[in-house]
Ligand binder design. Structure first.
Ligand code: SF4
Length: 94
């Protein structure tokens, strides 16, 4: 997936929801039943010990597949982990 170029950055409070678990930074695949599966293969920029992005402040410049998780984008994604703070905050707001 490609970064949404026209998206405005999310508010700072939104970014603070993230638990920095790194769960979104592993390759995903789709199995033969159409289910989205997280693989053990991390993004090349993820520090798998700290679970922190090693290029966070320039991640969109160095990885064209990295996307900005705005509220609108989160609602449209099916591959974010169930435990992702952005997803759970959306459910809490229902
Ligand atoms: S899965 Fe969600 S909470 Fe975890 S690092 Fe990714 S965006 Fe943050």
């Amino acid at each position: 997936m490609k970064k949404k170029e026209m998206q405005s950055p999310p508010p700072v409070d939104w970014e603070n929801l993230c638990h920095r678990c790194g769960g979104c930074c592993f390759e995903k695949c789709i199995d033969d039943r159409g289910r989205i599966i997280s693989t053990p293969v991390p993004c090349r920029f993820l520090d798998i010990i700290t679970r922190q992005c090693r290029v966070y402040h320039k991640r969109f410049a160095v990885d064209e597949d990295c996307i900005q998780l705005t509220p609108e984008v989160v609602r449209s994604l099916e591959w974010l982990p169930e435990h992702c703070a952005y997803r759970t905050s959306e459910k809490d707001g229902d």
